[in-house]
Design a protein around this ligand. Structure first.
Ligand code: IPE
Length: 249
């Protein structure tokens, strides 16, 4: 059983300060992952983390988004470098807890075609899983045909890797406890976009990497059930429970 877990950038970093880690939040997440692996609740696990105050800060400084590219190699290296710095923190906190985490940097393997469609080969990730490793991927900057290099969100990485390895469960640990209805209550399950279109439609226009509307749409198309939950529910998700919002198309 393969699980793909995204740790939102806003969960593990302090989004108000450039390149600032939220150490206690990352520790709590690493504890939950380590405990789930050692108890056998989770066997094959892929971790993906977002950019938070590392990636987004440099991306906006250079005017790079998922669609606006750059041909400035220095900008590419700076955005990627910030993501690698965050990745080193994530890996170190996992290693402190004996989680066999190994890095996979999307810039080195992924690309977008002219239409923006992503190609992310996952054979390496599958082999790592087979050998008992926990591959750790992240949002990044990637080569984009006709545009130089654009931002690849961690959510897109999750979708591509989940499809590539045939994941059984997908979890998004984010700052919200799930998809919220008009009364700020968590919607337990979403089976079609129509059910939530009025709530989500258009409200996320300023989020360059998609926002909740884009996320829900992408997850409805995914072959595996996906769950969006807050940090307090990470342990429950890893234990096989269904906290937050379950999205299944
Ligand atoms: C962003 O990834 C990656 C970069 C800006 C380089 P995400 O969009 O997945 O990050 P979070 O989770 O929202 O912070």
């Amino acid at each position: 059983m393969t699980t793909v877990l995204k740790l939102g950038g806003s969960v593990v970093t302090d989004k108000d300060r450039p390149e600032a880690l939220d150490g206690p939040a990352l520790d709590a997440a690493a504890d939950a992952v380590a405990d789930a692996l050692s108890s056998g609740d989770v066997d094959d696990l892929v971790v993906v983390h977002g950019g938070g105050s590392f990636g987004h800060h440099h991306a906006s400084e250079h005017g790079v988004s998922t669609t606006e590219g750059t041909r400035d190699a220095g900008a590419v290296v700076q955005i990627h470098g910030a993501m690698k710095t965050l990745d080193e923190f994530v890996l170190a906190r996992l290693h402190d807890r004996s989680v066999p985490a190994v890095p996979v940097h999307p810039l080195s393997v992924a690309s977008r075609d002219r239409g923006g469609d992503l190609s992310l080969p996952t054979r390496g990730v599958e082999t790592m899983l087979g050998e008992g490793f926990v591959p750790v991927l992240h949002g990044d900057v990637v080569a984009h045909e006709g545009a130089g290099a654009t931002i690849l969100s961690g959510d897109e990485v999750v979708t591509a890797v989940a499809e590539g390895v045939g994941a059984d469960r997908v979890g998004f640990c984010s700052t919200v406890p799930g998809v919220l209805d008009g009364d700020e209550a968590v919607i337990p399950e979403i089976r079609s976009y129509e059910e939530v279109a009025d709530l989500l439609g258009g409200s996320d226009a300023t989020d360059v990497t998609g926002g909740m509307a884009g996320k829900v749409r992408a997850l409805l198309d995914l072959g595996a059930p996906a769950t969006i939950f807050g940090p307090d529910d990470l342990r429950a998700f890893l234990a096989g429970e269904q906290p937050g919002t379950l999205i299944r198309g």
